[in-house]
Ligand binder design. Structure first.
Ligand code: ATP
Ligand code: MG
Length: 449
């Protein structure tokens, strides 16, 4: 079957004009919810610029091999969660990004981004994972990520954690736990891994199928298991921390000391791990108990080996990823507060003949910083016949939540004026303003003024 005929067959499956639903686990973000997202994005941008982090935007589609190598063959993501496909035209194996650290590192290598020193970067955007959709777990979800490339010291690990902590604070979130661990360096982890395999082999009868399968491919991942039956055997397993040498331990001490100096409360969790060899030293999570099973808001750590895995020069790096649906859900849970959604003013246009003057005046008000919603005809062709009764226009003005109505009536226009009528705070008060220079009285309409 050719591409064209298979596409035609797909269309033929559905009656023409039938409804088409969004893909399962992929959500539309509609008003008024979209305002919450914009509020969040503004908070993020403001804080990132105060930390002097710069945005990076990489493609949503990458070569599949980037994630196989960069996310890791033995991870859940690569084993079963990726949306991968073959490019129909040239046969390339491509994947919708399930996370963005590999993409950022690829771009940094490709453009030699660290040639003149370290870089502090951030991104926000959609990620794709074929998981079972549930509260806090979607197939398209948004991640905010921060990545610091080219700096080896513990101070940037701490800076990143303080950044995440401050962001959650500025969003008004409370009771978020910070858990911290150190993964040391590769030889230390190899020694721990050997001890772990021996330990789990001794207790093989207590493991589930998944854990037995991982015993030799990626035993660290067993520590990550969500199976409650395995908790006792996992709790008693050898801990990575006791395999760290003095240099790694000293570094870990410094991280804790600096975090404490910044007033960030944290707890060391010796079972917090990452299953891949390119991770080293710091690893952390920000967790809430208020979102049920999907309580991890942010996860991150140092990945000093990743540049080499992706064909670059050895480059120290550290970063985190934060799930924005979960963050917004927690905002809703804890405070619900976001900025005002209503426009400052609603323009009432009794006759279509007033439109040229009204549109021009609104243009000037918006240029002066006022948010104005203009009344518009709803029925096709009705602009020529009329804009709807004054009564229905005032109803719409009320429903918009605006504090003022601007009335572009024939009387007003004849005098080169507009009536400004207060709708809230008791309402009723009104005055005429000149249309000669709307910027002169624009400030009076602004709720922030
Ligand atoms: P989890 O254990 O919850 O599956 P993860 O270890 O796969 O998380 P990371 O790859 O570290 O998650 O991603 C960072 C953050 O992105 C998570 O802490 C979470 O807040 C968010 N996240 C991950 N997967 C999803 C998803 N499918 N839907 C919504 N948010 C997600
Ligand atoms: Mg996951």
């Amino acid at each position: 079957m050719t591409i064209e005929s298979s596409a035609a067959a797909m269309v033929a499956d559905k009656p023409v004009g039938g409804k088409i639903a969004a893909v399962k686990g992929m959500n539309d973000i509609l008003p008024p919810d979209s305002a919450r997202w914009e509020w969040l994005e503004e908070k993020v941008r403001s804080l990132m610029s105060r930390y002097a982090y710069r945005g990076i935007r990489t493609p949503i589609v990458e070569q599949t091999s980037l994630f196989v190598r960069g996310t890791g063959e033995t991870t859940d993501i690569v084993e079963k969660e990726m949306y991968s496909f073959t490019d129909r035209l040239n046969g390339e194996q491509l994947t919708l990004r399930p996370e963005n650290t590999p993409g950022v590192v690829r771009a940094a290598i490709e453009h030699n981004l660290t040639y003149d020193g370290g870089k502090r970067l951030y991104y926000m955007g959609p990620m794709f994972r074929h998981e079972r959709p549930q509260r806090g777990r979607y197939r398209q979800f948004y991640q905010l990520g921060a990545e610091v490339l080219g700096f080896a010291g513990p101070e940037v690990d701490v800076e990143l954690m303080v950044l995440a902590y401050q962001l959650l604070g500025e969003l008004g979130l409370r009771e978020v736990r910070v858990e911290l661990n150190s993964l040391g360096i590769p030889p230390e982890r190899q020694a721990h891994r050997a001890a772990l395999v021996t330990y789990f082999e001794h207790h093989a009868d207590l493991l589930d199928d998944d854990a037995r399968r991982r015993l030799h491919s990626n035993p660290l991942r067993i520590l990550d298991t969500k199976n409650p039956a395995l908790q006792p055997v996992v709790q008693a397993a050898p801990q990575l921390l006791s395999f760290l040498g003095s240099a790694s331990l000293a570094r870990f001490e410094t991280v804790q000391h600096l975090l404490a100096a910044c007033g960030v409360p944290f707890a060391v969790n010796p079972r917090l791990v990452r299953g891949l060899d390119y991770y080293s030293h710091t690893v952390f999570e920000f967790i809430t108990d208020q979102l049920g099973a999907q309580g991890t808001l942010c996860g991150g750590g140092r990945y000093d080996g990743l540049f080499e895995v992706l064909g670059g020069k050895p480059t120290p790096a550290v970063g985190w990823g934060m799930g924005l649906e979960r963050v917004l859900e927690l905002v809703l849970e804890q405070s619900g507060a976001i900025g005002p959604l209503a426009p400052d003013a609603y323009a009432i246009v009794p006759e279509a003949a007033a439109l040229p003057v009204a549109l021009k005046a609104l243009h000037a008000l918006r240029a002066a910083g006022v948010s104005v919603q203009m009344h518009a005809a709803t029925a096709p062709g009705s602009a020529a016949e009329g804009m709807g009764s004054m009564k229905s226009q005032f109803k719409k003005a009320d429903a918009s939540g605006a504090r003022f109505a601007l009335i572009f009536g024939a009387d007003e226009l004849a005098a080169g004026e507009v009536t400004v009528k207060a709708l809230r705070d008791g309402g009723g008060a009104q005055e005429r303003q000149s249309l000669a220079n709307p910027a002169a009285w624009a400030r009076k309409l602004q709720s922030s003024a």
